[in-house]
Design a binder for this molecule. Structure first.
Ligand SMILES: CC(C)(COP(=O)(O)OP(=O)(O)OC[C@H]1O[C@@H](n2cnc3c(N)ncnc32)[C@H](O)[C@@H]1OP(=O)(O)O)[C@@H](O)C(=O)NCCC(=O)NCCS
Length: 180
């Protein structure tokens, strides 16, 4: 109902529990594209687990602690972006993204997160938007760089995934650095 146009035929809009079946189909389709870096790509496997995941975000949104949005290309869900965390009192939040491989290379995620950061700084008065990624994930780091974020360093062995303790690269942009 409330959509932001990212490009011709590309809509960015809320992703909610009622869309669990569509989200489940999407995650199953893109799992191989994103599972190396997205933990929930392996836990969202059917409508029930998709609903549980989206209900978690609905609850975060109700508490003003996170949000999730989808990217639809010609009416087909192809990816999305989220505030994995949102600490309004602290003024600090973390953005994240995923995209089917056939939707990459068009700047869709960069445009989506730019819109989210505009809202975080402009509407919500946040002070800092963070971006956390595996240093090996050069495509993700490139999005952070494209958004004008600064790489602030690496948290060594800070994230456990697939039994592997991984480094976490920390990127961030501050409100005073954000030019709309
Ligand atoms: C991270 C991920 C979403 C990046 O997707 P992407 O399409 O490369 O990201 P963008 O939307 O920023 O698009 C940038 C690409 O579009 C191109 N592009 C075209 N028009 C553009 C525009 N107007 N603005 C910006 N980039 C544009 C860029 O040149 C770039 O292509 P290149 O990598 O071939 O140089 C994708 O690799 C992915 O889903 N990875 C798996 C999940 C993941 O790792 N998520 C992040 C976890 S931290």
């Amino acid at each position: 109902m409330f959509a932001h146009t990212l490009a011709d035929g590309v809509e960015f809009r809320p992703l909610e529990p009622w869309q669990a079946a569509e989200f489940a189909r999407h995650v199953v389709l893109v799992s191989d594209d994103i599972a190396a870096y997205i933990p929930w790509a392996r836990t969202v496997v059917d409508e029930a687990s998709a609903r549980e995941f989206l209900e978690g975000y609905a609850l975060k949104q109700a508490r003003d602690e996170g949000r999730i949005y989808g990217i639809w290309v010609d009416g087909v869900l192809k990816g999305g972006a989220l505030f994995r965390t949102f600490h309004a009192a602290q003024g600090v939040c973390e953005a994240g993204v995923w995209l089917a491989s056939d939707a990459r290379g068009r700047g869709l995620v960069t445009a989506a997160v730019r819109h989210m950061i505009d809202w975080a700084f402009g509407t919500r008065g946040m002070a800092r938007v963070e971006w956390l990624c595996d240093p090996r994930n050069t495509a993700s780091a490139a999005v952070a760089r494209r958004l004008g974020m600064t790489c602030e360093g690496v948290l060594r062995k800070a994230f456990l995934m697939d039994g592997e303790r991984r480094d976490v690269q920390v990127w961030a942009v501050l409100a005073e650095e954000w030019a709309t």
